[in-house]
Design a protein around this ligand. Sequence first.
Ligand SMILES: [Zn+2]
Length: 849
Amino acid sequence: MGLGKDFRLPLDARPVRYAAHLAPDLEAGTFEGRLELEMRLTKPRRELTLHALELDVEKARVRAGGKSVRAGRIEPDAESETVTLHFDEEVPAGQAVVDLAWRAKFSPGLRGLYRAGPVAVTQFEAADARRVFPCFDEPAFKARWSLQLLQIPRGAAAISNGRVAKDDPGEDGRRTIAFTETPPLSSYLIALVVGDLSASDPAMVRGVPVRTWCVPPKRHLTGFAQECASAVLPLLEDYFGQPYAYGKLDQVAVPDFEAGAMENAGAITFREVALLLDPKTAPLNVQKRVAEVITHELAHQWFGNLVTMAWWDDLWLNEAFATWMAYKIVDVWRPRWRVWMDFEVGKGAALHLDSLKSSHAIRAEVKNAQEAGESFDAITYEKGGAILRMIESYLGEERFRDGIRSYMRKHREANATADDLWGALAESSEQPILELANAWIRQVGYPLLWVGERDGKLVLRQRRFFADPEAREEGPPTRWPVPIVFRFRDEKGLHEHRELLRSETAEVSLPAKQPAWVLANAGARGFYRVSYEPRLLRALIQGLPHLSGEERLNLVSDRWALVRAGDAQVDGFLRLLEGVSRQETDHSVLDEVVSRLSFIEYRGVSDADRPALHSWIRRLFAPAGSELGWDPRDGEDDDRRLRRAAVLRALALVARDPQSVETAQERFRGLVAPQAQPVDPNLLDVVVAAAARTADPARFAELRRRAEEELDPAAKRRFLHALAMVEHPELVPEAVQLSLSDAVRMQDFPSYMGTLLGNRAARELAWSLIQERWADVRKKADSPMLLRRLVEALGALTERRHLQEVEAFLAAHPIEGARQAIAQTRERLRMDVALRERLVPEVGAFLRA
Ligand SMILES: [Zn+2]
């Protein structure tokens, strides 16, 4: 009888200190381990169960109560991912030390201890420390870790959570490296990295040495990461009112990495593209993204590492906080970047995911580590972050921060739950926020707020919003306490007014007679969508220039959601885009408009009507295109450069304007010429994509060479994905086949495949490859997160026939650990296929009118 997948360790045995040696053989891909595990037992026991997966535990003894007892039987259990040590005699309560020895292999995917190019690296969250150490692999078991690496070759770098305390060359040139003991940490935060890496010079930040590591040829790309970490670390210390706890900070760029980054205490690992960049050629969006990831991981050093969730059901406590905090701190560091606008884009994705029937609550039951893994999605990150922002906005910034500080003080080096946080916030703010917070954290979805007008008062109504026009709530309707901030304009100017909507409907009297317009989500802080009665909507559109960028972006996003849900007509929406694109100067809002147009061009128009849509879009953007041109003026600011990027994306990529496509190709030729002519970095995505679509075999070879040779990770990624955008009939099969070759690393496989599936010329062939070579495809996405991304990429398919094929395929090929991704992708695809059938005639009629 096994313990079952949902097995959790009992609480009467707790780890205090792990003293472990690991001897990796990088050539053979194997390792040996030894561990002295100091524990406290609250009652006597004959056996001890630890997590262990694919570890060959050879020897185990326990020392307790003055004697040493052998484990005569060592029983691994694959389903519960444990090993049970059956001791020959009873072990008394009190302090006990278990001695263990084991052997194992490196993991084949991107979890446990694995090889990434010239580096061996660990990735443990959520529950893969058990692939390297027998341990208490649940977040509630925090302990000190004292680690050593043995048999390390000369010249190899070695990084872990602690500082290098000893580096002993040994007699045979094989080094022993000991790291300083850590403060109490959960197992998922432990890291080891060994291999051919070099580091930037350390920066001293309030006494903490900060370094950025990468493979040696990329060392010149570490400057930005150093600058950013050095700037934000003090800002975080000041916000939390607690010093950084881990003594030193290493940021490590790993050549093949599953997630974006991992917040291991003091030894943060990243995808190369999320850490390294060349400031001369990096577009602003790449710089912002790197800064955001670095800050997110640093925020975790407090939220997650210092105070840790007790169990995975509160994973959002880690991720929502780090998400929100990253924007907050980067906004302080670089206010002119206006990163909250980017937050809006992420929030839009979360609003869409959360409008599916198959969405989930931010805080939901998690039975095991596999289910925990499924929670790393836009609900946990972006929705969670948006809810915190909404609550902060409701309580006020200072009271919110005071609550966080007291929560940090109270639970440092320990574990906490959501209710501990709400308790601290309620105390600091003297507001009853438990009910408000729990409604948003524990209920699935969010409200659509309908706003009308009667007898000079506003009439409000809420219901759960579904993206699917057919979807209805089963059971009693969900209600949210909705903190609403109205903004309105009357003859005296702009005003705000706050209301907490508690019931299904309410009437609100604004302190104004005859406002010119009323907005029901000021600053776009609320996590809900708004539908206005026609007269109010018309007034609001008249007032567009008075709204903030966030508010205009949010209005476009809400209107589009209502079109999808069948609550608004597409022609009204297209007319709104027409108006916005003509007068809009904010590049983020323009980008949102271009993204919606791109969706409609891809999915909402027949082949016959597409040329008419192209000319319509061209007419919208041509004036801005000729005003902005392709080249920045001397001293031009970022806003204008980014506006140009949005406009040229619309012209060259969405409208396929022949002249813009021709210029893009010219710029590409200049870019790759021996005497390279630089292109404004913000235009690189447009230039390379347009060149890829029109590529002939020679250009394809050039793109391939660049994808292989580029050192700058963002440039490399851009060229790699460009290969998946080709349209030339002779090149498409090659681009599709390339996905399974070594040219595409495991970490890039789902996004490369997604690009192929989103390419009208490559879609069928890519989909056939997935179906026909499923065994190879699975091996290429050998990790649960990558498999989920691959499943999600199938959402790019368009036709009813595809939907049927995907349904049949997923039914015949079950994927463990992707339950939610599969349900969400099926629902999304069903909806988008139906949406396409609805949009095609409506968009066609609009274009002919
Ligand atoms: Zn995170």
